[in-house]
Design a protein around this ligand. Structure first.
Ligand code: SF4
Length: 481
């Protein structure tokens, strides 16, 4: 069953032009992604043994995806035996309904969240907002984009497109609205202190915490979260109700598998040995415990994922959201994440967006936002065949969307002309006549009619040579030169 993903409805040329005109964003993203990549390369060079661990992790993750239905059952049984509740959401809207029901039952008025891409995927904040439930993002990057009313531009670093001066301006506006003291400067420490002080009260007052999940350990029914700010510890321990919303593919079989893979997101994404905080939950608060949620609900989201099992795209489900493929992608570095129009940008987004939605949204991504340079393939710690998948998706798009009678007729006519020497010569003569008619305009915008008009918007028409090589050769022979 196809899943649902939110998307930016602006057409690609509009998204592209907006990105290319935003020089600050391009500079910031280019600088940060290059930095992440350099540090990652240094860490890998300094730790040659990590490669062996990575290879083992890939094998174990592939096996976990193969055994996913069975591991899901084991995980659910474990969580429920320890007092938690589990739900399987087939589609995004099911996951939202389940979360809303839990909130209604517990008369939740305010929610605090740790970073979670799957809640972006199901548009949870918007759904809570419609119910009058206040949601506060507590990851610093997510907090910044929430204040800016933006979407994440990178799967690991959601506010990577904003520099600290822009963040300082945003916090100044926020402080003015709330009539509170603004940050002292645009120093990173001052900005972080401002966010921390704002968030502290919200942590203490929230009725419900919402997390995503980096890994699910089937063996013990444990949810594993890795963060660099410690906010997930607060989200999972302070509010009385905890809801964890996680894609089904986050499953690993046991702690041995987790041990091999847990380093990879930080190591490959930002070149650090391990994220600063690792939070593990396998039960709600038991009687006698000093902290922890009274209720723990785990919503396991399918939303198109299970349909990829058994297909040639199955390895996509091994993605650990490290962002390494985004960091090395020359297109991502130029246009940033918002230009993709999907919650999942970069090479993995190009592949996942059409696959999860059965091409219902943004089918143009594989053709428009990839140069097939293969940098993502080399960067991906999970050995996902991203470039090969992109080529396959292009084939599928062509088969599904470019098979109209008009396209078939055009290509046949073109082939008839260019399939013979005389046809080719006639087409050149025709092009010369057209060129005379349109003058020497190089920009094809507006010159090309009908379904090819879009092609002409971004291309220049080459000038037809006054004499082709064959004409020159014939001429030369006739003159006896
Ligand atoms: S596709 Fe590979 S490199 Fe890209 S985010 Fe997923 S695991 Fe990381």
């Amino acid at each position: 069953m196809a899943g649902q993903l939110p998307f930016d409805e602006r057409p690609w040329p509009e998204r592209r032009d907006a990105a290319l005109q935003n020089q600050t964003m391009r500079h910031t993203i280019g600088f940060v992604t290059r930095r992440f990549t350099l540090v990652k390369q240094e860490v890998y060079r300094a730790n040659p043994d990590i490669e062996a661990s990575r290879t083992v992790a890939v094998g174990q993750k592939r096996k976990a995806i193969h055994d996913l239905p069975e591991l899901l059952e084991r995980f659910r049984t474990q969580v429920e035996e320890h007092g938690g509740h589990t739900y399987l959401a087939a589609r995004a809207e099911d996951a939202v309904d389940i979360a809303l029901n839990i909130a209604r039952t517990n008369q939740v008025k305010s929610v605090i969240k740790s970073k979670s891409m799957v809640t972006e995927e199901i548009e949870l904040n918007q759904a809570f907002g419609k119910e009058g439930i206040a949601v506060r993002e507590t990851d610093l990057g997510e907090y910044i984009i929430q204040l800016a009313h933006e979407k994440p531009s990178h799967i690991l670093a959601p506010a990577v497109h904003r520099n600290r001066h822009q963040v300082a301006d945003l916090f100044q506006e926020d402080a003015a609205q709330k009539k509170i003291a603004p940050p002292h400067s645009d120093d990173i420490e001052d900005l972080t202190r401002y966010a921390r002080e704002r968030l502290r009260q919200e942590f203490l007052q929230a009725d419900m915490g919402v997390t995503g999940g980096n890994f699910l350990v089937a063996e013990t029914g444990t949810l594993v979260l890795i963060t660099n700010e410690g906010n997930a510890d607060m989200v999972t321990s302070l509010p009385p109700v905890l809801v964890s919303i996680v894609g089904v593919e986050k499953m690993v079989e046991n702690w041995t598998s987790l041990q091999e893979i847990i380093q990879q997101p930080a190591m490959s994404g930002i070149g650090r040995h391990l994220s600063s905080y690792t939070t593990m939950i396998h039960a709600p608060k038991s009687s006698g415990s000093a902290e922890g949620p009274e209720q723990w609900h785990v919503i396991l989201v399918d939303n198109g994922r299970m349909a990829l099992r058994g297909t040639k795209f199955e390895d996509v489900l091994s993605c650990i959201r490290c962002g390494a493929c985004l960091n090395v992608c020359p297109v991502f570095r130029e246009v940033g994440g918002h230009a993709y129009g999907s919650v999942y940008p970069g090479p993995i987004g190009i592949v996942e967006t059409p696959l999860l939605t059965d091409f219902q949204i943004l089918p143009e991504l594989p053709s428009k936002l990839c140069t097939l340079c293969h940098a993502c393939q080399e960067a991906c710690p999970m050995d996902i065949s991203l470039p090969q998948h992109i080529v396959s998706l292009r084939h599928i798009v062509i088969k599904r969307h470019l098979n109209s009678g008009m396209v078939g007729w055009t290509l046949k006519t073109w082939a008839r002309f260019w399939g013979t020497a005389s046809g080719y010569r006639r087409s050149i003569s025709l092009a010369r006549v057209m060129q005379r008619f349109y003058g020497k305009r190089r920009n094809a915008s507006g010159l090309i009619p009908g379904m090819f008009a879009g092609w002409g918007q971004t291309r220049e028409i080459p000038q037809v040579a006054p004499q082709t090589f064959h004409e020159w050769w014939q001429d030369r022979n006739q003159k006896g030169e």
